[in-house]
Design a protein around this ligand. Sequence first.
Ligand SMILES: Cc1cc2nc3c(=O)[nH]c(=O)nc-3n(C[C@H](O)[C@H](O)[C@H](O)COP(=O)(O)OP(=O)(O)OC[C@H]3O[C@@H](n4cnc5c(N)ncnc54)[C@H](O)[C@@H]3O)c2cc1C
Length: 439
Amino acid sequence: MRLAKKSSNLFRARAASNAPGLDVSGLTGVLAVDVAARTADVAGMCTYEDLVAATLPFGLSPLVVPQLKTITLGGAVTGLGIESTSFRSGLPHESVLEMDILTGAGDIVTATPDGEHTELFHGFPNSYGTLGYATRLRIELEPVTPFVALRHLRFHDLDALQTAMDRIVDEQVHEGVRVDYIDGVVFTAQESYLTLGTLTDEPGPVSDYTGQQIYYRSIQERSTDRLTIHDYLWRWDTDWFWCSRAFGAQNPKVRRLWPKRLRRSAFYWKLIALDHKYSVADRIEARHGRPPRERVVQDVEVPIEKTADFIRWFLDNIPIEPLWLCPLRLRSTGAGGAPCNRVANERTWPLYPLHPGRTYVNVGFWSSVPMTGADGAANRLIEQTVTEFDGHKSLYSDSYYSPETFAALYGGKIYTDLKKRYDPESRLLDLYAKAVRRK
Ligand SMILES: Cc1cc2nc3c(=O)[nH]c(=O)nc-3n(C[C@H](O)[C@H](O)[C@H](O)COP(=O)(O)OP(=O)(O)OC[C@H]3O[C@@H](n4cnc5c(N)ncnc54)[C@H](O)[C@@H]3O)c2cc1C
């Protein structure tokens, strides 16, 4: 059984299937926004673009809004998501209050933090639709203001960046000004930035990076900036972080001709799909006498104290830049008196275990390297090094773990017990088959 969905942000290759898929076209809307309670009831396949469009008019936002507009709430909860609020609000599943889940057994159950299906509630994040599909989720919302003021801090060495990030995550303040959002970009070991965002009501001029200007370049060019809250939340979608570069969309001449409505991650996905179908990039490499390229599209998490060392290792071994950085902590242990989750927050999330009280940094890299030797050589090397750094890898892209290592990292017996209970006839794929065997 598979989902028949128009969009996807899953990067791993999947075996071709002729199965018709489950029609979820009726599960794409926002069902209700309760302004007083600051909650929303949302259908499982609702995109964050539609969700944010429904909440912003009330001055409210989901606590974590993944950067790509077509990521859905169900997809981000079952497949994890992260953004610049994750240092105070954790991951998207940490602000879910309850979920209706269509299980592999064919039942629809309501999973809550403490009810009969508490194990499913906690085991659902990082299960990638292998236990069931979320059809409705009730989530918490937080108040936001019309504008976000940005500060781009430049660092000339990675240790200084790591120290500053650690302090700001802890204190949630920089130079006396509150920090509501934080992420970062590494261009080289000598040039990296932290971007701090502060919510503000103060009217004034704002920048627009949906036209000719490019957001990630602005980080290098200016030390302060202002965006509307809408444009801040979607600042990375227009150029798919920096990945639109590969399609020529950042060349000023091409950009002027590129229709604005097609400057969005969903359209770049279509170009990637065409490339996969016709091997365009590999043919171009072959014409230049170069080997085909290995796709290296991953998000990994390393403990903050090892971040500078990991990035140095990465830049020395994998020829990809820029890198995206985003600090995160489990929300229940948020620093600086962050609001406590209303759900039973001491419980951990067994399929993606993070240590309470520890700060991690998500490092994202989305490109390719020349193929050398074994299938997935660069991805395997990264996977192994991340484990050596006591880190984790998200599973939306290619993975190569052995079954034993995978079980040790992603829930092991807890997952198998959940699978037996909620999908006893294995109508849905198993997580290892889906994430590693690319079924
Ligand atoms: C280049 C790239 C960069 C990324 N960067 C980020 C990032 O910066 N921040 C971030 O938050 N995330 C990022 N992601 C990861 C993304 O959030 C996850 O891949 C997420 O699972 C995608 O959600 P989707 O809605 O597009 O789901 P899909 O791609 O359609 O599906 C993902 C998986 O979830 C399952 N699924 C989908 N909907 C449901 C549901 N309602 N219930 C149960 N299972 C379901 C599907 O079966 C599938 O296995 C990135 C991904 C890529 C490829």
